[in-house]
Write a protein that binds this ligand. Sequence first.
Ligand SMILES: Cc1cc2nc3c(=O)[nH]c(=O)nc-3n(C[C@H](O)[C@H](O)[C@H](O)COP(=O)(O)O)c2cc1C
Length: 170
Amino acid sequence: MEFDKVLSERFSVREYKDIPVEEEKIQAILDAVRLAPTAKNSQPQKIYVAKTKEALEKVDLVTPNRFGAPVAMLICGDSEKACILKSNGRNFLEVDATIIQTYMMLKAGDLGLSTCWIGRYTNDKVYEVFNIPKNYIPYGILLVGYKSDSAVPSNMHLSRLEVEDFTVTL
Ligand SMILES: Cc1cc2nc3c(=O)[nH]c(=O)nc-3n(C[C@H](O)[C@H](O)[C@H](O)COP(=O)(O)O)c2cc1C
């Protein structure tokens, strides 16, 4: 899909069709992660993919916001691989994880899939429900699937600042 179209047609989908996402498409979303920039090329990502009924039921224990999506991807950053600046202690782990999740979201859009970025969960609950090592810090869940025919952009999607509202020329 044309890049501008991927951007302009994306909106957070909160209603999905009950059909699976093709394995090739899941793979393509994960392949896109390999192209993402990370601080000092630290590549700290660890991504958990939930697509079976059992795994999705666990996701439902973690967040009330799955919206029937057939795939949920938990994006974590490995704190042991984090790029931390020696000079001032700045830690880029969350930045890296966020870039990665953005790549995944846009690649999914490119493949004709819909997504919703989910931040409504606690890390404590993620550790309780999924047996993941404590050095993998959860930074986001990406829902992926085919939107239902009745899915429409929310009012939040439609409310956008103008460029001049957030731009300052120096
Ligand atoms: C960091 C982040 C966390 C979010 N968490 C949630 C969430 O937990 N539940 C939800 O329904 N949407 C969530 N969203 C989606 C936003 O509400 C949505 O992106 C925003 O309202 C703009 O709408 P749009 O994505 O349709 O353009 C999140 C988005 C981001 C970037």
